[in-house]
Design a protein around this ligand. Structure first.
Ligand SMILES: NC(=O)c1ccc[n+]([C@@H]2O[C@H](COP(=O)([O-])OP(=O)(O)OC[C@H]3O[C@@H](n4cnc5c(N)ncnc54)[C@H](O)[C@@H]3O)[C@@H](O)[C@H]2O)c1
Ligand SMILES: O=P(O)(O)OC[C@H](O)CO
Length: 341
């Protein structure tokens, strides 16, 4: 017998809305929880999320709701698309309602005080819940416009992965599975920082060689850090690693890229973030990542360089000079250099 309970999406932003619509297209009743009653009413009446996904028709199977307790009680499978800064605050007061539920984080961020990933926070809050993550090259607007897209669901819980694949896999959206939750989730969080740098480089008129160098060295840096934290570097060769890094560092649709582009045009960080008016997780991730990499003794020159520009008063020219004149290194960390004579 099929489960007729609604699937719930928590978060009224662009990604929550895109995923709610995908689930609805696959025939599932969906409840999309959002905190703003006016936004919920606007969606109910106009079938559109005008602030976060203008021009996209929201399917009738998606019911916008604002009662979080009822939403948590009535569903078993949840997709959590809240900003990383809000996830713990929103869900912690409802811990007992989450026991035994399937909680899948879509959020690509790191908690400032604890350096925890979002699925680790979910586990803290609800140790008896079944936890997974979704991550990959997934620009919300492109998903909503049915661009052919792939993602990864990752969890140690194989049955959860299968449930998510069955719910989301569709005509324009492929869902691959992975058992490496930590690697998949870390890839999604780290790449946002490099998208800021890539946006800056484009605004400064840098060429294709530069973009390619940035993306490739970013992958080296991310992987080096991930390995220091116990992750499997092979995961970074997949959709949630290099796949997401490429899309976020290449697309003007990425909000992190847009923040970088605005910085490259000469705006301050505050101006760039407020001009965006949406979540750009890379800004917070940069702060915690810089501190963590220093603590762990991991060489991350791009992270250190962006941090120096945004928070230590260095100019872009100073940082570029420092990066380019730095001691030459070997290309790929994980290949032995013993082949040199
Ligand atoms: N947009 C994308 O293309 C995309 C793709 C993949 C993953 N993600 C991830 O999804 C997460 C959510 O991003 P988004 O793109 O949907 O953001 P968004 O900027 O489009 O919207 C943020 C939403 O969160 C809500 N919100 C903010 N603070 C809240 C709080 N305290 N309580 C309840 N709701 C609150 C806002 O009202 C808004 O509805 C981010 O971590 C992002 O990295 C986004
Ligand atoms: O718009 P961004 O920069 O938050 O990126 C969106 C997605 O993470 C891309 O996969």
């Amino acid at each position: 017998m099929t489960d007729q309970r609604p699937i719930a999406v928590l978060g009224g932003g662009s990604f929550g809305t895109a995923v709610a619509n995908l689930l609805a297209e696959n025939g599932h009743p969906v409840r999309q929880w959002m905190r703003d009653p006016e936004q919920a009413e606007a969606i109910r009446v106009n079938r559109e999320n005008p602030r976060y996904l203008k021009g996209i028709k929201i399917r009738p199977e998606v019911e916008p709701v604002t009662d979080l307790q009822a939403t948590l009680d009535d569903s078993e499978l949840f997709f959590v698309a809240l900003p990383s800064s809000a996830l713990r605050t929103v869900l912690a007061p409802h811990a007992e309602r989450l026991s035994g539920k399937l909680l899948v984080s879509l959020t690509k961020g790191i908690e400032a005080q604890t350096f925890k990933l979002m699925s680790e926070i979910l586990q803290d809050i609800a140790p008896k819940a079944r936890i997974g993550v979704i991550s990959g090259p997934n620009l919300a607007r492109e998903i909503a416009e049915h661009a052919l897209t792939a993602t990864v669901v990752a969890s140690e819980d194989e049955e959860l992965c299968q449930r998510v694949q069955a719910a989301l896999h569709g005509r324009t959206f492929r869902v691959y599975a992975s058992a490496d939750r930590f690697g998949v989730e870390l890839g999604g969080a780290l790449k946002n920082v490099y998208a800021i740098i890539a946006g800056m480089a484009v605004a400064l008129g840098m060429g294709e060689n530069t973009k390619s160098m940035l993306i490739t060295r970013a992958l080296a840096e991310m992987t080096r850090f991930a390995v220091s934290q116990g992750a499997n570097p092979m995961t970074f060769l997949g959709l949630a690693g290099v796949g997401d890094l490429i899309v976020t560092c290449s697309s003007p649709k990425s909000r992190n890229y847009q923040v970088g582009f605005a910085l490259g045009q000469g705006l301050s960080l505050d101006e760039a973030v407020s001009r965006l008016g949406e979540v750009a997780e890379g800004v917070n991730t940069l702060k915690v990542l810089k501190a963590k990499s220093q603590e762990a003794g991991v060489y991350m020159p791009l992270v250190a360089g962006l941090h120096a520009i945004l928070f230590e008063g260095r100019t872009l020219e100073q940082v570029i000079e420092l990066l380019m004149r730095g001691e030459p290194k070997t290309d790929v960390d994980f290949i032995s250099t013993s082949g040199f004579n």
